[in-house]
Design a protein around this ligand. Structure first.
Ligand SMILES: [Zn+2]
Ligand SMILES: [Zn+2]
Length: 366
């Protein structure tokens, strides 16, 4: 537990609901982009982009439960075969989230191989392809190893706004951005933790028990402050059978905001993209963002619908993120990665002149 009070206010237990993120880039910044987010307490991991992933050891590949694809340029999708081959014959479900066309793309990848033996494997690998379509609808198809990875349409459902994944412990938001083609940008948000301080409970004479669950539920539900919460005392003659929710909140708990990270790659520096990214990444603990060209080569970056390092830093600053990590460096700067990182960092700290996005009308075309 971090925080100034950690030594004196020992939390009752590690929060059970939210997961703690452990994000790290799959490769060094000149290699294929990809972000691996280990959910330490859930024995699973999320992967953003699926380019070259041979740097991930087997135990990390095994934990992948969900893959989020920004788009299907090869450097973001060519690792599909690597993952498939590794997971084949294991009892596992992996979900793939992406733009329309993903179901066909995965179907085509699977149809490229012969599967006459796969039905006899011990475990059944199931791949779920989930497309984010217009009007916040998800289209879902399933490919099961048991049946030779034959595509089965699994219906569609709507989502709330840009909320691609909504679980008790975390949320993933997705927005569509412009890279000459549509691409997705993602934000992963951990839910807030409710910590109960054991020594404060002891100090009040309250006992640990199931009533704490009901107390937490009342907080999550936003019940009024005067709601009576049934409590348990460590001694028979401890006190009243219930205490007001507001008093308990003040005296025995602390809410820790959940971490937020954002992942944005392969986007043009346009006003529309900027507005959307800044909204998505607002206040994130870490923004992972492409920044693979120097500002001096901004015209080349614009031609390829990519950001420069300086532009990435500007976006990070305007988003009010705490930390910036750039990736997806162009091979032309091999050996000069520091220059890219420094340019981004300088713009992030506001030490360089602010760049303005290129308006749609003046933008170079491919
Ligand atoms: Zn691309
Ligand atoms: Zn790319």
């Amino acid at each position: 537990m971090v925080g100034p009070a950690s030594h004196s206010h020992r939390p009752l237990a590690r929060p059970t609901m939210p997961a703690r993120f452990d994000p790290h880039l799959v490769n060094e910044p000149f290699a294929d982009p990809g972000l691996y987010v280990d959910l330490r307490f859930e024995r699973r991991a999320l992967l953003f982009d699926l380019g070259e992933i041979s740097a991930l050891p087997p135990r990390k590949l095994l934990r992948i439960s969900d893959v989020f694809l920004t788009h299907r340029h090869m450097d973001h999708f060519a690792g599909f075969d690597h993952l498939l081959r590794f997971l084949l014959g294991r009892d596992k479900v992996v979900r793939f989230f992406g733009l329309p066309g993903l179901i066909d793309a995965i179907d085509a990848k699977l149809r490229a191989y012969t599967w006459n033996l796969v039905a006899g494997y011990d475990g059944n690998l199931v791949l779920q392809a989930i497309e984010l379509q217009a009007e916040n609808r998800l289209a879902i198809a399933e490919f099961s190893g048991r049946s030779g990875f034959v595509r089965v349409e699994a219906g569609s459902r709507s989502i709330e706004g840009d909320l691609l994944l909504d679980e008790p412990g975390l949320q993933v938001r997705a927005i569509t951005l412009d890279h000459g083609i549509p691409v997705l940008g993602f934000a992963l948000q951990e839910r807030a933790h409710i910590n109960i301080w054991r020594n404060r409970l002891d100090g009040l004479g309250l006992a640990v028990g199931p009533w704490l669950r009901a107390f937490k539920d009342a907080i999550v539900c936003g019940d009024p402050e005067d709601t009576p919460i049934s409590v348990a005392w460590s001694q028979e003659t401890g006190g009243p059978g219930s205490l007001p929710l507001g008093q308990l909140k003040r005296e025995i708990m602390r809410v820790t905001a959940g971490r937020k990270i954002a992942y944005v790659v392969d986007v043009a520096f346009t006003p529309a993209n900027l507005a959307k990214i800044i909204n998505l990444a607002q206040g994130a603990d870490v923004l992972f963002i492409e920044g693979g060209f120097l500002n001096a080569d901004a015209a080349d970056a614009a031609l390829r619908r990519h950001l420069t390092a300086g532009q990435a830093g500007t976006i990070a600053r305007r988003s009010g993120v705490k930390r910036l990590k750039t990736l997806h460096y162009s091979p032309r700067y091999q050996g000069r990665g520091n220059a890219l990182a420094q340019e981004a960092e300088a713009a992030f700290r506001g030490e360089s002149t602010c760049l303005e996005p290129v308006a749609e009308s003046t933008r170079q075309t491919q």
